[in-house]
Design a binder for this molecule. Sequence first.
Ligand code: UDP
Ligand code: MN
Length: 543
Amino acid sequence: MWRKRRLFRVAMLSTFAVVVIYYTTSQLRTIQKWRNRRKVGSAPRWEPVVLMNELQYVGTERDEDAFVRHAFNLSSSNLLPSDRALPDTRHTRCHDPSNYGELPLETTSVIVAFHNEARSALLRTVISVLNRTPSDLVEEVILLDDCSDNEEDGALLSSLPKVRVIRNQAREGLVRSRILGALEARGDFLMFLDSHCEVNVGWLEPLLERVTQNPQTVASPVIDVIDMDTFQYRPTSSQLKGGFDWSLHFKWVPLSHKQREQQTNPAEPFLSPAVAGGLFLVSRNWFRMLGMFDSGLHIWGGESLEISLKSWLCGGKVEVVPCSRVGHVFRRRHPYTFPRGNANTYLRNSKRVAEVWLGDHKRFFYEAQPNARMMDAGSLQEQHEVKSQLDCKPFQWYLENIFPELKLPNEENSAFGQLRQGSLCLQSVEESSAIKLAECSESEPSQHSWAFSVHTASIQHRKLCLTVHDRAKCPVLETCTQSYQQKWSRHGRAVVLLSSGQCLESGTTSEVRLSECRRGAVSQQWDFTVELQAQDDHPVNIT
Ligand code: UDP
Ligand code: MN
């Protein structure tokens, strides 16, 4: 009996002890967590970094023509210290750190790929990150030297705190360099910067807040301008979204009326169809799930649209965060070589993006960039795999919900593209108003961009209108005037001048003229590449 009671007491005591130990440790953990908690906007945890031999590193080089080597004024850049002060360009609402709530314990790897960057600009990029970011938020600054001519440009910076220098032995281009950086990164978040940036006060915290709230967010700062001549730092509008046209050229887009209405103040983050430039923060895991960037993109171009489309279509989103400001030196040209030619590389990269992500709408890209049709863009298998694995939405959804500002080309037109008859296409004749018929060629720009509008009853080739002067037989291209000589309609496949009721007809040579309409005459049958609206009995070939 006594034994039983003792046993019972021991059991009770040990249960109590376990409970007490558990409670105490959990409390300690909470206290620890609370102590580790970081408030946004807290001051850097280290003294501002100053490179001891900065002058020696940068050198005193002054170019005869300062723009030759870097496409920006090297002398202006070299005269500025690496830790120069910047004007705080944020909205006043951004100043209060308590706006941002609590930050995670995760860290960020800043990834800067560079090829032959001016040392002073590269150094300022790094120092601005080190000086304007609370140190415990930064895991590392990865400088990815993309085979610059002078290995020491990067190597000499490896003694700076947190800096890791990785060098490509062969030129890989911006995209594959960034991928390499991402593969090396140890931080939970990745921040991509160009090598001629300066981050501004409190830049990282508001971005972190967004990706922490939703880890499938690609968050981009507002990109202020560092003047390429004077290196003056100037604010830009914080109310612009990133977008693009059908050529897949990036462009800024003002916020929609609806977005402005929903906004309670201009400091609030807003959704954007594309990242504003190539500078953004993304969770490392999400970036990997998205297949990072397409590694088939060469040297420069296409990658920021690719990551934007991929994010939106595959379950994520893209935001611009006005409280985060990063300065960037915008240039008029790329100062480095493109081993396969500048225009070709960019067009080929864009073609890869169009082929994978635009779906049926890629035809609008090809209309805007006919030269891309014949290009070999390489294998797209991996990209298509990512798309099906992540069960990504069709481009139509993006057009309707995310980027309604991207209108179908000439939305009021009912047909456009090449205007063809069999294997022959209508073509403008260079430097004259004449037109002729020639063998269709995908790469002949003067055969593309014809458009028929029901609305204005006109047939246009770019800005000019198909015109038939009184008593003339052959149509020509002239400035659009809305006159009766430029009014056309389509009946089935026939193209009819309204005033005379005559039909457009191919001649025996390359000539095109007007003649009496004859039902079923093959020489009077015309087709546009893309039909946007049914024409009587004409088949609709766009979905
Ligand atoms: N870059 C690179 N390898 C290349 C081309 C560019 O590492 O082959 C780097 C370049 O040094 C810069 C970034 O990629 O840091 C973006 O290039 P750039 O500034 O010319 O692009 P932009 O700002 O005009 O879009
Ligand atoms: Mn740049």
